[in-house]
Write a protein that binds this ligand. Structure first.
Ligand SMILES: Nc1ncnc2c1ncn2[C@@H]1O[C@H](COP(=O)(O)OP(=O)(O)OP(=O)(O)O)[C@@H](O)[C@H]1O
Ligand SMILES: [Mg+2]
Ligand SMILES: [Zn+2]
Length: 458
């Protein structure tokens, strides 16, 4: 009998070595290597060469085009993120933190699709059938076209997909299923890779759409395996703060549509409901709670502009090193803004703690939020209330210049639609459209933005 060999695999990126390494040379993760059994041992029978060669090289003009068939989920926010519905024969990955609501949204989606006389097979690899039933009752999902199958073995799953021929298969989750073809434990990179590969083959060969759920690791990578992202057609991230009610679906890879499109939902005991006008939701509390240190920015999520409130709190520090804490925005970005404020307008915060927070639990990861963050900090320091009818857009450069941002007209439009009377934007942005109900204030430098935004000395 051959000796069983093992290998060490980085659970983050899939890098393999013969011996243990503390740090991955590929992706730089620490302590990410796990020993896995090296077993191409149980080789699948290789198909005969004629079968493989059934698709010889073809001229582009000879290829028949079958237009992609899409299945609407009946949830328009979800459809939008998918680029107009689930493409037949595609493999989609939905990734998110534990407890964020992945099973919820896919059970709801299954229920909606079943209403259209389609069959859905929901593979529950983590929860028992009665747990799913309980959730379905709470969400009001009931249909005889929905099959629940608690199973972790991929070969059995495959068998039932072939027998049932469903229109959609949900795998909840990819980390919990395993194939008997390899010996590593479920959830290891080798298993995930092999299972995803098989699922891709099933999707393509049987023309069935498959959605797999993946948990996100502590580092925020999808299921350890970055590898997974390359293997599937579409990757959708499910984000949000578990303690708040908003959830955001964001497409980060899509072979059939636009990426960086987002869908916004609100979580309740009845499940996730769509938020059609998210800006209104995010601003709901704004007018009632106006205090120094809060501003409104127009961020752009995918093709959709979104108004969100930024809050800053600045106070004398009791610590030897002052704190800089950012929630919903990148801490590095906040540090850079503080450095510019210090250098360019002489704001000294070396003995002050600074907290920056995005209201609503969403992440704003674009430089266009810079100016709004800066003005929130400045108004807090000066203890003035920023005009509640003014929205702010602009990136801040290191020399204090305000730099142009993308989708400027869409952003202005959204602010106007929500009744804002003034908007501060970068001078560098050219505007073709005319805006009647909102006054556009163009600024070149941070100091000018402060003077015209807050309107006094300096
Ligand atoms: N009775 C309830 N009322 C309101 N919200 C609930 C209720 N039960 C669950 N939830 C919400 O649903 C979330 C869990 O949803 P779900 O099980 O779909 O998440 P998940 O991402 O699949 O989690 P896991 O990683 O455990 O599989 C909870 O965090 C909570 O916000
Ligand atoms: Mg779940
Ligand atoms: Zn790695």
């Amino acid at each position: 009998m051959a000796k069983i060999k093992s290998k060490f695999v980085c659970q983050n990126c899939g890098y393999e070595t013969a011996g243990y390494l503390g740090k991955c040379p590929e992706c730089g993760s620490w302590a990410s290597f796990v020993e896995e059994i090296n077993s191409p041992a149980l080789k699948k029978e290789s198909p005969s060469i004629d079968v493989i060669d059934s698709f010889p090289p073809m001229k582009l003009s000879e290829i028949e085009m079958n237009s992609e068939i899409r299945m609407s989920t009946n949830i328009s926010e979800f459809d939008r993120v998918l680029g107009g519905g689930i493409v037949q024969g595609s493999l989609t990955l939905i990734a998110g933190d534990p407890g964020i609501g992945k099973s919820t949204i896919l059970l709801q989606t299954s229920g909606e699709i079943c209403k259209k006389e389609k069959t859905v097979l929901y593979i529950s690899a983590e929860e028992s059938a009665s747990q799913i039933k309980l959730r379905a009752e709470r969400l009001g999902v009931k249909s005889d076209n929905l099959y629940i199958y608690p199973q972790t073995n991929l070969e059995l799953i495959k068998k039932h997909i072939e027998e049932l021929k469903p229109d959609l298969v949900i795998i909840d989750s990819i980390q919990a299923v395993y194939t008997s073809l390899i010996q590593s434990s479920a959830g290891s990179v080798s298993q995930i890779r092999e299972c995803t590969n098989s699922l891709m083959q099933i999707a393509k060969s049987q023309n069935v759409s498959i959605i797999v759920i993946g948990h996100v690791t502590k580092e925020g990578n999808i299921a350890g395996p970055k590898v997974l992202e390359h293997m599937v057609d579409t990757v959708i991230q499910f984000e949000g703060d578990k303690y708040k009610t908003y959830r955001i679906l964001r497409s980060i890879k899509n072979r059939f549509g636009n990426t960086s499109e987002v869908g916004i939902f609100e979580m309740s005991s009845k499940g996730l409901s769509e938020v059609v006008n998210p800006s209104e939701l995010f601003l709901k509390e704004y007018n009632q709670t106006q205090t120094p240190g809060s501003t409104i920015i127009v961020t752009s999520e995918g093709t959709r502009p979104l108004l969100v409130e930024i809050q800053a709190l600045v106070g004398t520090t009791p610590y030897p090193t002052p704190r800089r804490i950012a929630n919903g925005v990148d801490t590095g970005r906040v540090l850079q803004i503080l450095a510019v404020l210090e250098k360019r307008i002489g704001l000294n915060l070396s003995k002050q703690d600074v907290y920056v927070n995005v209201i609503g639990g969403i992440d704003v990861n674009e430089p266009a939020a810079d100016l709004g963050i800066a003005l929130a900090i400045v108004t807090c320091v000066r203890d003035v209330v920023f005009d509640s009818h003014t929205a702010i857009i602009g990136e801040i450069g290191l020399s204090g210049e305000i730099r142009a941002v993308n989708h400027i007209e869409k952003r202005i439009n959204e602010a106007q639609k929500l009744g804002f009377k003034r908007i501060i934007i970068p001078e560098a942005n050219e505007i073709q459209e005319e805006f009647k109900d909102i006054k556009i204030i163009k600024v070149k430098r941070i100091l000018e933005a402060i003077t015209r935004g807050i309107g006094n000395d300096n």
